[in-house]
Design a protein around this ligand. Structure first.
Ligand code: ADP
Ligand code: UDP
Length: 245
């Protein structure tokens, strides 16, 4: 018990900055298997062509992401989440990120609307699952499984596991948000390798999901920032309030 407490205490000590991304900073800890995700208020859109800040976003996304990862873990989805350390800090298992953005769509919006000429909100006859190559310098291009295998981004078995977990997350989160009066339109997941296994990593928040209020269709996500719709902070706070219910 004592040893465990000590180990946890040590793991919480923030070490060197390992990486600074667009929305988060990653810090080492004294435990090589664990890192700290620090959530910033910085926001980017359109492959970082648009930059800004959303006051309090880091705190809200850390809290929302924590609730969602706790919910998914309880439902049997393996995740990197360990615990919440502070308003902006989350302790997670260090993974080797699979360089894919895995996108699920329940309705057309954003880049799918543009790609296929579909009016935003068009219902889809079945769920769409897309892979984008996580390469900022290329603008995160849409790729398929043969590209993933050809470039050795992941093995066929890993792709199958990622697909399985992604569809499971969609089922679980669509219901989770529906119970809060929100429709999950689309979202992005990232996975990583940890001790030979694929686990869910990164964050799940209004930065990475499109969430529309049931009844009004009001957008409660980063589209308010992307398209200057106003009430951005209020939208994130509204999602947090509902998730906290
Ligand atoms: P970006 O790199 O796209 O600008 P962020 O600002 O969100 O994104 O930075 C967080 C970075 O940390 C991302 O590159 C993400 O892939 C990576 N990451 C997320 N979870 C983990 C983890 N458990 N272990 C290692 N890296 C992670
Ligand atoms: N998304 C994300 N990060 C990215 C790209 C997309 O979190 O780098 C999320 C986005 O918030 C939305 C979903 O993935 O919930 C689908 O995004 P889309 O491809 O429509 O992106 P857009 O071109 O509109 O930014």
């Amino acid at each position: 018990m004592m040893a465990q407490d000590k180990e946890e205490g040590a793991a919480m000590k923030k070490g060197n900055k390992l990486y600074e991304g667009k929305a988060k900073i990653i810090y080492a800890t004294e435990n090589p298997d664990l890192i700290i995700q620090y959530f910033k208020d910085d926001a980017t859109a359109f492959n970082a062509a648009k930059k800004g800040t959303i006051a309090g976003k880091g705190v809200m996304n850390n809290k929302i992401s924590t609730k969602i990862f706790e919910f998914l873990a309880a439902k049997g989805v393996p995740t990197h989440f360990e615990k919440n350390l502070s308003d902006r800090e989350m302790l997670v298992k260090k993974v080797e990120i699979v360089p894919l953005e895995v996108i699920v769509r329940n309705r057309a919006a954003g880049s799918l609307s543009r790609l296929l000429g579909l009016k935003e909100g068009t219902a889809l006859a079945s769920t769409v699952l897309e892979f984008c190559y996580k390469r900022d310098d290329l603008g995160d291009p849409l790729i398929n499984e043969s590209h993933i295998l050809a470039l050795n981004l992941a093995t066929a078995e890993e792709v199958e596991t990622i697909r399985k977990y992604t569809l499971m997350v969609n089922e679980l989160l669509s219901k989770f948000f529906a119970n809060l009066g929100l429709e999950l339109i689309d979202f992005k997941l990232e996975f990583g390798r940890c001790k030979g296994k694929i686990i869910l990593a990164d964050e799940i928040s209004p930065d990475t999901c499109r969430l529309w209020e049931v009844g009004t269709g009001k957008k409660l996500d980063k589209d308010r920032f992307r398209h200057d719709l106003g009430d951005i902070e209020e939208a994130y706070q509204e999602v947090l309030n509902r998730v906290n219910k």
